[in-house]
Ligand binder design. Structure first.
Ligand SMILES: C[S@@+](CC[C@H](N)C(=O)[O-])C[C@H]1O[C@@H](n2cnc3c(N)ncnc32)[C@H](O)[C@@H]1O
Length: 242
């Protein structure tokens, strides 16, 4: 059992894993976000990449589709990793991708070893982000890049704050429409269930990009650039260079 992910949340992801590629994996906006992360990462041949909260491997596979690199992929859910591992074996990529069941809070990599560390819609699940980002800085080589693709949404504050609730509901209205359009009722239902978790701060701890940038600055990153995902104002990509 992972130390930092509560049992309830681990179970929620275990269950989602079986339908991930048929729900969020069907949403075109999600692929556009991952494509932007890959593009802005500036990945080069032979780079070493760490994918935090890799899920079923959608981002890692896009990195490998772009260029010949090696990837370490971690996730707290064994079922997400099982599905990813099946894809790795099917595509003969066992030499290129190494998966490990590990939560972001329990990372223990050596210093200065990755060219790129990326995380897409994964780090908002981490409640205490500061130590994780400090570790990310440590694991990157000098000049290495941390690339976060995330929801630009501040869900901090009191659960009964109407302004907070309105912010989340505005975001959810757009996301649920996309889920229904691209993934049908199965995607809608899963994302609706997920929406409730955002409202209740139940394993979902989103922050805005000014907050992500501040955390990166405090960890030692010098250059930070935030890019919007065109056409989808709630999603952005931050590139922080060590
Ligand atoms: C929304 S999915 C994103 C998966 C993938 N990055 C993508 O963009 O398709 C979030 C993933 O983060 C994983 N996760 C949640 N909390 C985590 C944590 N504390 N450490 C590592 N992975 C975590 C979940 O198991 C899930 O696979």
């Amino acid at each position: 059992m992972m130390k930092q992910v509560t049992k309830d949340n681990l179970e929620w992801f275990q269950e989602w894993a079986n339908e991930y590629d048929n729900t969020l994996g069907k949403v075109k906006r999600h692929h556009k976000l991952l494509d932007l992360v890959v593009r802005l990462s500036g990945i080069k041949r032979d780079d070493r990449v760490l994918d935090i909260g890799c899920g079923t491997g959608l981002l890692s596979l896009k990195f490998l589709n772009k260029t010949d690199c090696t990837i370490t992929a971690i996730d707290s859910s064994a079922q997400m990793l099982k599905i990813f591992q099946e894809k790795i074996e099917k595509c003969n990529l066992t030499e290129k991708i190494h998966c490990a069941q590990k939560s972001a809070e329990d990372m223990d990599f050596k210093s200065n070893q990755f060219d790129i560390i990326a995380a897409t819609v994964a780090l908002h699940h981490v409640k205490f982000k500061e130590p994780v980002i400090k570790n990310v800085y440590d694991y990157l080589k000098d000049g290495g890049r941390f690339v976060i693709g995330e929801i630009d949404l501040d869900t901090t504050g009191k659960l009964d704050d109407p302004k907070r609730l309105l912010r989340i509901l505005n975001y959810l209205t757009k996301e649920l429409a996309l889920a229904m359009k691209d993934g049908g009722t199965q995607a809608f239902e899963r994302m609706y269930d997920n929406g409730k978790k955002h409202i209740l701060n139940d394993g979902e701890y989103c922050i805005g990009f000014s907050q992500w940038a501040k955390l990166c600055k405090n960890a030692g990153f010098k250059n930070m650039e935030v890019r919007p995902l065109k056409g989808f104002e709630s999603f952005k990509v931050l590139v922080a260079t060590k």
